[in-house]
Design a protein around this ligand. Structure first.
Ligand code: SF4
Length: 486
């Protein structure tokens, strides 16, 4: 990668992923460098993006009412998990009069209960004893391994092969959809503390998925004509400048990839830094790129991550959504149900109403995954089902399009469809919406009811001795099309 291909954020990412102190001075704006000095547009000059990372969050002036013990706890957790916040989230989204209970604050700032006490104590002692940076990182690195950095078998099952070699930065779990992690897009405008991709951001190359360039993506796609959807993900692909993003998108428009009909961009930029789309230096160029995809017969789907209704109440976010739609993109929204953030029917019903008003289709309501800070954010499955059902009943049919609550687990996407009673036993009704073994997609099955279970591995099969996937053929890797070289 050439240096002038990096955004300034990416340059910062290259420096360090730990404390962020140096990074705050390196600061950035989410644009392209491209060798020019004048690339920061007028609106950015008025309101450039400033980011604060890691332990730096404990020293923000907004935290004046927090005690020194609170700040120590933040520093401990920030040495284990990645944290990053920008001035839009600080100034426009967080209600500081309600902090620390404010939902946007909760999803952004470190909290002691996010990590197991044993790991917390190790890092806390290290900090209090003033160990050097290298020792501290070694302790933190070990602690991260206990936080399940790659949930749902992403490492073991989903990495595809090209010429019998694993392809870095690609995941192929479901037959029709290829996930691509562009190396330049492996950060976000702000981090969600519950992020299941947190391992992408801790500066540990062993934990990170990253594709160095689009060449292997297109080679793989030529050999896999069953793939109709390519999801650029991360991180956030809209952290990349438009010219860098175009280097990943434009090859997908080639005539020999006509089987790729849907280009998906997984992003939270519209609600974390909407100026990326409304007034950034290459915002117009982004619209032209989307239009070029439409002209080439591709559908561009913005897979927008929305966690709380407030994120959609800003004028800037609404304008960003409208701009992308005006260029022909379809916007769908999804998020997990997160304790302290959106664990109420009111929050979800309000979000869905806002979405419909803005022309966004509610798509998925997920269950918080079993990784990272899940102990702090997880919601029992039974409660998640109640929240989802009550929220659905509170909105009109147009806003009832989300599927959920859904666990994105190793065998596939498992929806909790409801509850039933059979022979006097209370059961969950589950369904595989998507399955690694595609023959199982749509399969209904049952589990014993539980008030406390938070993930499929805490449930027990019911009306059957095993789960459907336990007797299915193992199809961990998609098979190439006959006659087409890999
Ligand atoms: S926007 Fe998505 S990838 Fe980025 S921190 Fe939040 S959940 Fe993770």
């Amino acid at each position: 990668m050439r240096t002038n291909d990096l955004t300034t954020i990416e340059l910062a990412e290259c420096v360090s992923a730990e404390t962020g102190f140096e990074l705050s001075r390196a600061i950035f704006v989410g644009g392209v460098s491209s060798g020019r000095d004048d690339w920061i547009g007028a609106s950015y000059m008025k309101n450039p993006m400033r980011t604060f990372r890691g332990v730096q969050l404990a020293d923000l002036p907004q935290l004046e009412k927090f005690t020194e013990q609170d700040r120590h706890e933040m520093r401990v957790v920030a040495n284990l998990l990645p944290f990053k916040v920008n001035n839009y989230v600080l100034d426009e989204l967080i209600d500081w009069s309600s902090a620390p209970d404010d939902p946007i604050f909760r999803m952004t700032f470190p909290v002691r209960e996010m990590v197991p006490p044993r790991i917390y104590d190790l890092v806390s002692d290290a900090l209090l004893n003033g160990v050097d940076r290298k020792q501290l990182e070694a302790i933190a690195r070990k602690g991260r391994q206990d936080l399940n950095p790659h949930p749902s078998g992403q490492r073991e099952y989903n990495v595809p092969l090209l010429d019998d070699e694993p392809v870095p930065g690609l995941q192929h779990k479901y037959r029709q959809t290829l996930l691509v992690f562009p190396s330049q897009g492996q950060t976000c405008h702000s981090y969600c503390a519950y992020c299941f991709r947190w391992a992408q951001f801790v500066g540990d190359a062993d934990l990170k998925f990253a594709a160095p360039g689009p060449g292997q993506m297109t080679d793989y796609l030529r050999g896999h004509r069953e793939v109709t959807d390519v999801l650029l993900t991360g991180g956030d692909p809209l952290i990349m400048s438009t010219p860098v993003l175009a280097r990943w998108v434009t090859p997908l428009l080639a005539p020999d990839l006509e089987h790729v009909t849907n280009i998906r961009l997984g992003t939270k930029a519209l609600v974390q830094w909407p100026y990326r789309v409304t007034s950034g230096p290459d915002a117009d160029e982004l619209l032209r790129l989307i239009e070029a995809c439409a002209t080439a017969g591709k559908s561009v789907a913005i897979m927008l991550h929305v966690s709380h209704p407030r994120e959609l109440e800003s004028e800037a976010a609404a304008a960003a959504v409208a701009r992308l739609r005006s260029a022909g993109a379809i916007v769908r929204a999804q998020a997990p149900i997160i304790r302290h953030v959106n664990d109420s029917p009111h929050a979800w019903a309000t979000m869905w109403r806002h979405m419909v008003r803005l022309g966004i289709q509610p798509y998925y309501t997920f269950v918080e995954r079993d990784t990272g800070a899940s102990a702090f954010f997880e919601v029992p499955l039974a409660h998640a089902l109640t929240i989802f059902q009550q929220a659905q009943r509170a909105v009109s049919g147009l806003a009832r399009t989300a599927r959920g609550p859904v666990m994105s687990a190793t065998p596939g996407k498992i929806a909790i469809d409801g509850e039933t009673v059979v022979n006097g036993e209370r059961l969950f009704v589950l369904r595989l919406l998507q399955a690694r073994d595609e023959a199982l997609a749509g399969t209904l099955f049952f589990a014993g009811h539980s008030e406390s279970a938070v993930w499929i591995d805490q449930l027990t099969p019911a009306l059957s001795p095993s789960w459907p996937w336990e007797s299915s053929r193992d199809r961990t890797r998609p098979e190439p099309i006959e006659g087409v070289s890999r």
